[in-house]
Design a binder for this molecule. Structure first.
Ligand code: ZN
Ligand code: ZN
Length: 478
């Protein structure tokens, strides 16, 4: 967070030209913010620091200037006195499904201060939606959209692009690039040769790849191949276990019934649970070094993993269900049936496993590995927008500081001149209590201010939309 000089302010204003003076930041306006608005008296909190009693000046959908309360403002600026409020950068959910639900998912993100999302299962209409949002035709968060999910034979995922050879893997990467994906999404059943070919083709096509750590490839090896992010903590307990060699052999020896590949997946997860109980700190240090060197990040999606590790009915009565179409009641309940622990012993074991995985993420973070906030929204009882705040809480519970959690949730964004004016105004200090990110006063994005009245209306509209007939969900799972 650095101060803007008067000279810089004047330079920016010159760049704005004749824009100053147009109806500014009016709620309901979809047009770009072309006039100057200042938020005065706020405490700015971002990944780089804290600054109290500050002024932040916005124009043209950008932060124009950051300074103290006496920062000079151009004539005609709109000044919002927000003394006592806290401002953080707009939040990013780095693991989302269901962005296509324009009347539910997108507004739920925005009212919750989520101004950017990474959609983890892309298809052509989502690439179009990304462009429509960028052009201002649809009001929504910034979208980064993955490819179709690329997986190996025996995938548990109906609808995934299945590749059985390195050549097919390369072709899938080229197809993803042609269709307009921002990155390639890889999944759990890719073998080493195919993942290697995918990685190489990604380099040739100048596109990154991210997703699950394959059950057939060690996390450190996938990172060496260039995998950008690793979702759900999969592969982490195994890669940091003193029993890694023995457990990997057990996975190789595990028979796979093609008619029930989920059973195989679940048994691998059981090996991971055992691996978590034989954790090695020195292996963690070594793995962290590799991930850091390769620029790989963890997107642990703790909020989703908590649901999958809990008894099936634990979250079923969440009051936020009213924002979800009725379809989801059955869809989510049924989706959990194969996962949820049932016996008291299973429940205890899964709770312990979840806790250990959270600790391992915090440990990797303490060794300098980047952690990204992702929720896996669209999965059972993981709500677009809202669950970002649950994940922030879980990151802090795991052991990250509130500022580190905010950094994970904002992709490290700084409130600095030139940055996009995606801001969340809070009634409380998120560093004192991370739950204060839920006390939202206003969200600023795309030149609009979503104040208390507008946010209330948007939520009411979502509730109404949820009661209307809902088209069949095209994509919904991890
Ligand atoms: Zn997943
Ligand atoms: Zn997912």
């Amino acid at each position: 967070m650095t101060d803007t000089t008067r000279r810089e302010v004047l330079g920016w204003l010159a760049g704005l030209g004749a824009a100053a003076g147009m109806g500014l930041l009016a709620p309901g306006r979809a047009a770009a913010l072309t006039s100057v608005t200042a938020l005065r008296g706020v405490t700015l909190v971002d990944a780089t620091g804290t600054r109290s009693n500050a002024t932040i000046v916005l124009a043209d959908n950008k932060i124009l200037a950051v300074g103290s309360c006496d920062l000079p403002l151009p004539r005609g600026s709109t000044v919002l006195d927000l003394a006592g409020k806290f401002v953080i950068p707009g939040l990013w959910d780095m693991h989302v499904h269901g962005a296509y639900s324009e009347r539910i998912t997108l507004p739920l993100c925005l009212v919750n201060g989520v101004t950017g999302i990474r959609e983890m299962w892309g298809f052509p209409p989502l690439y179009e939606l990304r462009e429509r949002i960028a052009r201002g035709e649809v009001f929504g968060p910034e979208l980064v959209v993955g490819s179709s999910i690329i997986d190996g034979p025996h995938s548990t995922l109906p609808g995934a692009v299945i590749v059985s050879t390195p050549d097919e893997g390369r072709q899938a990467v080229r197809d993803a690039k042609t269709q307009g994906a921002d990155f390639v999404k890889v999944y759990s059943y890719l073998d080493r040769a195919t993942l290697t070919a995918i990685a190489d083709e990604c380099t040739r096509q100048d596109i990154t790849f991210a997703g699950h750590c394959s059950n057939h490839v060690a996390l450190g090896d996938a990172s060496d191949l260039g995998q950008r992010t690793f979702e759900h903590m999969y592969g982490l307990p195994l890669a940091t276990s003193t029993r890694e060699t023995e457990l990997r052999q057990a996975i190789r020896d595990l028979p796979l019934d093609p008619a029930n590949s989920f059973a195989w997946f679940k048994q691998v997860l059981e090996f991971e649970r055992q691996a978590a109980a034989s954790h090695s700190r020195s292996k963690t240090v070594q793995l962290a070094k590799r991930l850091r060197r390769n620029g790989s990040a963890l997107s642990p999606t703790m909020v989703a993993m908590r649901v999958y590790s809990s008894p099936a009915d634990r979250f079923a009565n969440d009051p936020r269900m009213k924002y979800m179409p009725a379809f989801y009641r059955d869809f989510w309940r049924d989706g959990l049936k194969n996962w949820a622990p049932v016996t008291p012993q299973e429940i205890r074991q899964q709770a312990e496993f979840f806790k250990r995985r959270m600790e391992q993420v915090a440990e990797m973070h303490s060794h300098g590995v980047e952690v990204l906030l992702g929720t896996d929204a669209g999965n059972p009882y993981v709500f677009s927008g809202f669950s970002v705040h649950d994940e922030l809480e879980l990151l802090v519970e795991a052991g990250l500081s509130p500022r580190a959690a905010l950094k994970a949730g904002t992709r490290g964004a700084a409130l600095t001149a030139g940055a996009k004016a995606n801001l969340v105004v809070l009634d409380g200090n998120p560093l004192a209590d991370i739950r204060n990110t839920q006390r939202i006063h206003a969200v600023l994005t795309r030149g609009r201010v979503l104040g208390p009245a507008e946010r209330t209306k948007m939520l009411a509209d979502v509730e109404k939309a949820a009661q209307e007939p809902f088209p069949t969900v095209q994509r919904a799972c991890c």
